[in-house]
Structures are given as structure tokens and as C-alpha cells.
Write a protein that binds this ligand. Structure first.
Ligand code: ATR
Length: 473
């Protein structure tokens, strides 16, 4: 077709879509077609970014005609119904061999369904996780594509050209087939929830324990960001704590309503982990902590409940802050270990060949959980691809060995002082549960057999057993 001039198209000109389109247009060799359901957004993008030399389309037909074959289009619209509507429209104007990419935050089971349906038309469908927010979309996100290996041959180089780059390596890899990319993106977000909650608990403990101001605690985080905790989230935490409200002179964090919202990806992570039977307790506590914060009626009703009788303060601020830092690091290792367990279980359940080390590699840049630490995860899986639990890799074992006394101190302090630290304490319980010689699960099995004849196994002989319990029934 003589009108075909663009090698890639983007549908959806809201913030994420327009930033991704601008990112694509800024790379050598790309000509980008753009389309939005209503033309206003397309016009605004054209007006504001003439340098991008976008090829605008005002209908799906025109959009398809502007793309060279195989046509490749990235959808960046409202997840759910919006995505389905655009897929329907594109499949009617695209041809076999073309590629439709969904870059939105789709639930991976929707992606599996869509991939199957689109594949019947001969068109490729690639559900792709994209992390990094608005800035990542514009300057270089972490990209987690699923879909077929065949589609990735065409798509891979384009995605590599716009992804964040760390040590010369683009933050993109073919995660696995159909919904694998969106699954891994979901777990990424779950880990992000845990990471944020742990940082928030660290801040709260330091503030209440030492009486430091938010600005002083910002300095603590800035210091931490020079060491093993170096990460985007620690960096922005310092920025948030430093912010002063211009009109009142009060630290802004003290003026922000303490009710955390969410868009649901953390909930998805936990729901799926429950289905897969994977204890992602740190992530779950982070999700629940947001729910608890957002229950003003219950919180108001409970505000008269008693706390500890003894007032609390720490003797040595510096030593306490160091304990909190270590507790944070150990808890963070638990959160990632749990997240990777969920990836392994998902891969097994849905038949994906996911390379764990590659996932850690592409999370090093562009995304919200980007951190130094991810290099250690890549190394751990490189040394032992069959690693059964991340936390048992030599590097992480050494790290928690060094941190555990501090970790216990901090969790004990929190309990005695009446300061909620759900992610710190559940991570420690997970650690102690995992390393325990014997668990009281034996007693639970006894109870189950008692009331429901659910049977149990024994440590000393083969077989399945049921006891005629001598209880008062
Ligand atoms: P943001 O939160 O950044 O605004 P979003 O809500 O995820 O983004 O997505 C909004 C985009 O989805 C818009 O481009 C919107 O198109 P309009 O500008 O015409 O509203 C697009 N969108 C939502 N539902 C759609 C549908 N059914 N078909 C096509 N595009 C749709």
C-alpha cells in the first residue's frame, strides 16, 4: 500500500500511550502512527510534539493503512473493556501475520483469553507488561512481553530500542508465551507493594523511636541509598520526606491523608498466589495494610483501644536506625523470595518457560522496583538455576544471617511499643517458619483428622492414617 509509512503504531493517546509513542519516535529508524478513539487527544499530541513527526489516523482503517507490514501496533488504553474494544477493531482491519500488542495493565488471565481468540484470526497478540510510570514510558521502561516467539522476532528489536538500559543491557526479554508477561508484571507490582510498605514501616519506627523529623529521616534514607538498599523507592522516599508544604511550612507527609489507595494489581498478586498455594505473606500484609488504612470508621471506633502502658523511646538513635536498616534489608529479601516463588509456581501452572535470572535483569532499570539488589538475584540464579528458594542462595543467606538479630530486635520493639509493623513481622515469621525443624502443622493435621477424618501421614512409616480419637464427641 502506497500510504504505508509507519513501522509501528500506538493506540490510545492518554499519558502512557503518548509518552510511549514519543519514546518510539525518538529512536532512530522509527516512524510512528498514532490513533485515539476521540481525535482531540491525537490533535493535542500532534500540536505539542511536532518533533515526533507522528502519522495521525482518524479511523482504524486509516491507522491500519498507515502501517507497513507486518503491521505492529501497541495498545495503551484503559484496561478491561477499552482493551477488548480496541482489539476487536484492530482485528477487523489487520491481517494474518500482523502483531497487536497490549501494553496496558491487563490481568494475565484476560491476556491468555485474548491471545487465544486473536490467534484464531492468524494475527499475533502479545500481552506486554510495561513498568516505569509516565517517566519510564517516555525515557525507557522495563518491558515484559509475553506472546509467541515468532511475534517477538519482529517486536523484540523495537521494544529493545525504547527500554531502559543497564550496563548495556536493555530491560526487556521475551518472558514466555501468552499471559506470561502480564503475570510477571503483576508479581512485579506485588513486590512493589511490599517494598513500599516495608519502607513506610521503617520510617514510622524511626520517627516514633527517635523523634527525628521527616527531613532528618530523609537524610537517613539518602544515606541508605548509598549502600545495599540503593533503589528508586528509597531515593524517592527521601524526596517525599523532604517536601515541605509551601503554604503552612509543615512537612507535606504530615498533611497527606493517611489512607493508601490502590489500582488492584497487588490484590491480583495475592489472589493468584492464594490459588497457587504460594505464601506471599509480605505482599499480602502490604495489601492489607493499605486496606486497613482506608477504613476510617473502624479506625475511629478503635482509636480508644489501649496501647502499651510504658512509653517507648530508644537509647541509641544511631544503633536503632542501623537495626531498622538491617530489618528492612532482610524483609526485602523475603518479599523478593516470595515473589519469585510465585513466578515459579505460575510458570509451572500455565506452562511458561520463565528464566528467573532474566526477570531480575530486566527489573534493574526502568521499573519502580529497580534496585542494585536485583544484580544479586540475577547472580544467584546464574549460579544455581534450580535454586528452590531465593533466600537460600549463599549471598542472601549471608545477608539474613548478618541481619537477623537486628530484625528480631526491631520486630520485638515494634510489638512492645505498639507500633504496627505487619510486613516486618510477617516476613520474620515467614523466615522462622521456613527454617523450622518441626512446625505445628502436625497438630493442625491431628485436629483435621479429629473432626473430619481427613487423615495424616507419619514421619516414621509410609501410608495414610486415621486415628479413632478418644475425645468427647
Ligand atoms: P489515563 O488513566 O492515563 O487517562 P486510561 O484511563 O488507562 O488512561 O486510558 C484512557 C485511554 O483509553 C484514552 O485514550 C481513551 O480514549 P478516549 O480519549 O477516546 O476516551 C481510551 N479508551 C477507553 N475506552 C476505550 C474504548 N472503548 N475504545 C477505545 N479507546 C478507549
Amino acid at each position: 500500500e502506497s500510504t504505508a509509512q509507519a513501522n509501528i503504531g500506538v493506540v490510545g493517546m492518554a499519558v502512557m500511550g503518548s509518552n510511549l509513542a514519543r519514546n518510539l519516535a525518538s529512536r532512530e529508524g522509527n516512524t510512528v502512527a498514532i490513533f485515539n478513539r476521540s481525535f482531540e487527544k491525537t490533535q493535542t499530541v500532534l500540536d505539542e510534539h511536532p518533533e515526533a513527526e507522528f502519522i495521525p489516523a482518524s479511523s482504524y482503517e486509516e491507522f491500519a493503512a498507515s502501517l507497513s507490514k507486518p503491521r505492529t501496533a501497541i495498545i495503551m488504553v484503559q484496561a478491561g473493556r477499552g482493551t477488548d474494544a480496541v482489539i476487536d477493531a484492530l482485528t477487523s482491519v489487520f491481517e494474518p501475520g500482523d502483531i497487536i500488542v497490549d501494553g496496558g495493565n491487563a490481568l494475565f488471565t484476560d491476556t491468555i483469553r485474548r491471545e487465544k481468540a486473536v490467534r484464531e484470526t492468524g494475527i499475533n497478540f502479545v500481552g506486554t507488561g510495561i513498568s516505569g510510570g509516565e517517566e519510564g514510558a517516555l525515557l525507557g521502561p522495563s518491558i515484559m512481553p509475553g506472546g509467541s516467539a515468532e511475534a517477538y522476532e519482529t517486536l523484540g528489536p523495537i521494544l529493545s530500542s525504547i527500554a531502559a538500559v543497564v550496563d548495556g543491557v536493555p530491560c526487556v526479554t521475551h518472558v514466555g508465551t501468552d499471559g506470561a508477561g502480564h503475570f510477571v508484571k503483576m508479581i512485579h507490582n506485588g513486590i512493589e507493594y511490599a517494598d513500599m510498605q516495608l519502607i513506610a514501616e521503617a520510617y514510622d519506627l524511626i520517627r516514633r523511636g527517635t523523634g527525628y523529623s521527616p527531613a532528618q529521616i530523609a537524610d537517613v534514607f539518602t544515606e541508605w541509598n548509598k549502600g545495599e538498599l540503593e533503589s528508586y523507592l528509597i531515593e524517592i522516599t527521601a524526596e517525599v520526606l523532604k517536601q515541605v508544604d509551601a503554604s503552612t511550612g509543615t512537612p507535606l507527609v504530615d498533611l497527606i491523608l493517611d489512607q493508601a489507595g490502590s489500582k488492584g494489581t497487588g490484590v491480583w498478586t495475592v489472589q493468584n498466589a492464594l490459588d497457587l498455594g504460594i505464601p506471599v505473606s509480605g505482599i499480602a500484609e502490604a495489601v492489607f495494610a493499605r486496606s486497613l488504612s482506608s477504613k476510617p470508621a473502624q479506625r475511629a471506633a478503635a482509636s480508644a483501644l489501649p496501647g502499651p502502658a510504658e512509653p517507648w523511646g530508644v537509647d541509641n538513635n544511631e544503633a536503632f536506625i542501623e537495626d531498622v536498616r538491617r530489618a528492612l534489608y532482610a524483609s526485602k529479601i523475603v518479599a523478593y523470595s516470595q515473589g519469585f516463588d510465585a513466578i515459579v509456581a505460575g510458570a509451572e501452572q500455565y506452562g511458561w518457560d520463565i528464566k528467573k535470572g532474566d526477570i531480575a535483569t530486566i527489573w534493574r532499570g526502568g521499573c519502580i522496583i529497580r534496585a542494585q539488589f536485583l544484580n544479586r538475584i540475577t547472580e544467584a540464579y546464574a549460579e544455581d538455576p534450580g535454586l528452590v528458594a531465593l533466600i537460600t542462595a549463599p549471598y542472601f543467606t549471608a545477608a539474613v544471617t548478618g541481619a537477623q538479630e537486628s530484625w528480631r530486635q526491631v520486630v520485638a520493639h515494634a510489638a512492645k511499643a505498639g507500633i504496627p509493623a505487619p510486613a516486618f513481622s510477617s516476613s520474620l515469621s515467614y523466615y522462622d517458619g521456613l527454617r523450622a525443624d518441626r512446625l505445628p502443622a502436625a497438630l493442625v493435621q491431628g485436629q483435621r483428622d479429629f473432626f473430619g477424618a481427613h487423615t495424616y501421614k507419619r514421619v516414621d512409616k509410609e501410608g495414610t492414617f486415621h486415628t479413632l480419637w478418644s475425645g468427647d464427641r
